[in-house]
Design a protein around this ligand. Structure first.
Ligand SMILES: [Ca+2]
Ligand SMILES: [Ca+2]
Ligand SMILES: [Ca+2]
Ligand SMILES: [Ca+2]
Length: 500
C-alpha cells in the first residue's frame, strides 16, 4: 500500500535525473498554433520532471513501469493495443505486483478500440497537469481518424493517489493525413523551464512540439507542427547544459546522404542546429560521467547491410555519446563511439544485429554514473535468427567505458526462456529504479517471445543487474488479450527504442 508520498525520494544520488525518450517526425513549413492560456489557478507545481514524480503514477514514492503491448486484442478486436502499468514498491516489480491494464475500452479513456490502432506502440511519462502525480502518455500510431487510416493519436492517462484513472486526447496537429502515424514516438521534459513538462511527438509526416502546461482536457499552452524532412524518427529531451531547461533533440531518421540520421538540436520553435559529427535514430539523455550535465546517447543501428549511403554504422550497429557541459552539446563535438567490435564489448558485430536500436540509460550500480543498456534485437544466437541481445556499458568519471561491459541473452543463466528465432530480446530496454534503493533495475522487452511477449526485470546492485531470482512477466499473464495478432508485450518502454 502507498506510504506517505514524501517519505522517500527514490533515485537520488549524484546522477541528476534527466528525462529522455525516443520517437519519429520532421521540421519545415512551421505551423504554430497558440492555444488558450491555462488558468492561473492550476494546482501547485510539485516537482514535475524530477526523479520523484517522473513516473510515479500513484505518488507512493516508487517509480512505476509502463509497458506497451501494441498487438494486444481488446475483446474480439485484434491489435487494438494496450499498456500494462506495473506499480513499483520496496520489492520492485514482480509478476504479482499491483498492475493496471489500459486500453481504449477502459472507462475514461478517449476513443474506442479498433483493429490495428496499436495503442501502446509508444509510451512516455510526465506530470502534465502538475498535480504531483506522473501521467502516462500513450501513442496509437495506427488510430484511424474518419477515413484516414494510420492517422495516429496521443492519449494522456491521469495519475492520482489511486493510480492511473481517466484520460484525455492530446490534440493532434491539423493537416495530418492517412499514414502519418502520429505519436509513433514521444518524449517529455521541461524545455521552457517553467516547471511544466513540454513534449516532442513524432510521426511519419513531421514533428510536433507541445509546450505545457496541459489542461485536464489534454490541451497544451502551445503546439508547433513542423514538417521539414518528410519523416522524423526520434526525439529526445533532457538538460545538457545545467540551466534547468531541457534541450530538445530531433532525430529525423535516414536522409539522402546520411543514412544513419542527423541529430538536430532545437534552438527555438522553428529552428535548429545540426550536430554534423553525430548520428542517431534513437536517443536517451543521462549523466554518464557524473559531472551534473546530461549526456546524449544515440543509437545508430543500421550498418551497410541494411542501408546504402555514405555513413553506415560499424557492422552490427553502434552507439554515440555526446557529453554535456555548461556550453551544452556543440556542433564541433565528436561523439564517442561504441560497437560490438570495440575492445571489451562482448560479442561481434554482424550484419543486421541492430546494436543501438534500443537504449536504456540509468544508474544500475548506484555509483553516481549513469550506465547504458543497449538493445540489439537483430542479434542471431547460434541458429536462432533475431533472437536478440542486450549489452550493458558502464558510466564512469571518464565517461562511458567498455571495461566491465556485460551481454545478456535468453541463454544467460537466470534470464527466463531460451533463445528462439524471432524472440527480439531487447527490442526495448529501460533502466529505472523501481524499488527505491537508488540503483536502476534492468528492464528488457522480449516482444517476440511466442505470440505473447515477455518482460524481464533484473534488480540493480553494486555489481550490476542481478540475474538470479530475476522477474519475468508475460503479456497474457498480465491480463492482455490475444486473438490472431501477436500481442507484442514489451515492444514499448518509456523512451526506449527507435521507431524503425
Ligand atoms: Ca508508484
Ligand atoms: Ca499528473
Ligand atoms: Ca555528464
Ligand atoms: Ca553506474
Amino acid at each position: 500500500m502507498p506510504t506517505s508520498r514524501t517519505a522517500r525520494t527514490p533515485g537520488t544520488g549524484r546522477s541528476r535525473f534527466l528525462a529522455g525518450a525516443v520517437a519519429v517526425g520532421a521540421v519545415a513549413g512551421l505551423t504554430a498554433v497558440v492555444l488558450p492560456a491555462q488558468s492561473a489557478t492550476a494546482a501547485p507545481y510539485r516537482g514535475a520532471n524530477n526523479a520523484t514524480v517522473q513516473d510515479d503514477f500513484n505518488g507512493d514514492g516508487y517509480r512505476d513501469l509502463a509497458v506497451g503491448a501494441p498487438g494486444a486484442a481488446s475483446g474480439r478486436i485484434d491489435a487494438a493495443g494496450a499498456v500494462v502499468v506495473l506499480y513499483g514498491s520496496a520489492g520492485g516489480v514482480t509478476a504479482s505486483s499491483r498492475r493496471t491494464v489500459i486500453t481504449q475500452a477502459t472507462s475514461g479513456i478517449p476513443g474506442g478500440p479498433e483493429e490495428w490502432d496499436r495503442f501502446g506502440e509508444a509510451v512516455a511519462t510526465a506530470d502534465l497537469d502538475r498535480d504531483g502525480y506522473a501521467d502516462l502518455l500513450v501513442g496509437a500510431p495506427g488510430e484511424a481518424i474518419g477515413t484516414m487510416g494510420n492517422h495516429g493519436s496521443l492519449t494522456v492517462v491521469w495519475g492520482g493517489s489511486a493510480g492511473l484513472k481517466g484520460g484525455a486526447a492530446v490534440p493532434t496537429p491539423t493537416g495530418l493525413d492517412e499514414g502519418c502515424q502520429f505519436a509513433a514516438g514521444i518524449a517529455a521534459g521541461d524545455v521552457t523551464g517553467d516547471g511544466a513538462p513540454d513534449l516532442g511527438v513524432t510521426g511519419q509526416c513531421g514533428a510536433t512540439a507541445y509546450t505545457g502546461p496541459f489542461s485536464r482536457t489534454g490541451a497544451p499552452a502551445r503546439r508547433d507542427f513542423v514538417n521539414r524532412l518528410g519523416t522524423n524518427r526520434g526525439v529526445v529531451i533532457g538538460d545538457v547544459n545545467g540551466d534547468g531547461r531541457a534541450e530538445r533533440f530531433w532525430l529525423p531518421g535516414p536522409t539522402t546522404g546520411d543514412g544513419s540520421g542527423p541529430v538536430h538540436l532545437e534552438k527555438q520553435h522553428n529552428s535548429y542546429t545540426e550536430l554534423p559529427l553525430a548520428d542517431g535514430l534513437s536517443g536517451r539523455i543521462g549523466d554518464i560521467n557524473g559531472d551534473g550535465y546530461g549526456d546524449l546517447v544515440t543509437g545508430v543501428p543500421y550498418d551497410a547491410s541494411l542501408m546504402s549511403g555514405d555513413t553506415p554504422a560499424h557492422r552490427g550497429g553502434e552507439i554515440h555519446v555526446l557529453y554535456g557541459s555548461a556550453k551544452g552539446i556543440t556542433p564541433d563535438q565528436k561523439p564517442q563511439v561504441f560497437h560490438q567490435g570495440t575492445a571489451s564489448v562482448p560479442g561481434n558485430g554482424e550484419n543486421g544485429d541492430l546494436f543501438g536500436h534500443a537504449l536504456g540509460v540509468g544508474d544500475v550500480d548506484g555509483d553516481g554514473y549513469a550506465d547504458v543498456l543497449v538493445g540489439s534485437r537483430g542479434e542471431d544466437i547460434g541458429s536462432a535468427l533475431d533472437a536478440g541481445s542486450a549489452t550493458l556499458l558502464r558510466g564512469s568519471a571518464a565517461g562511458l567505458t567498455a571495461t566491465g561491459s556485460t551481454a545478456y541473452t535468453q541463454d544467460t543463466s537466470g534470464v527466463p526462456g531460451g533463445t528462439e528465432t524471432g524472440d527480439r530480446f531487447a527490442d526495448a530496454t529501460h533502466l529505472v529504479d523501481l524499488n527505491g534503493d537508488g540503483r536502476a533495475e534492468a528492464v528488457v522487452g522480449i516482444p517476440g517471445e511466442n505470440h505473447d511477449g515477455l518482460l524481464w526485470i533484473a534488480r540493480g546492485s553494486a555489481a550490476g543487474p542481478v540475474t538470479g531470482g530475476s522477474t519475468a512477466v508475460g503479456g497474457t499473464a498480465a491480463g492482455l488479450g490475444y486473438r490472431y495478432a501477436d500481442v507484442d508485450f514489451g515492444q514499448a518502454l518509456p523512451g526506449a527504442r527507435s521507431t524503425i
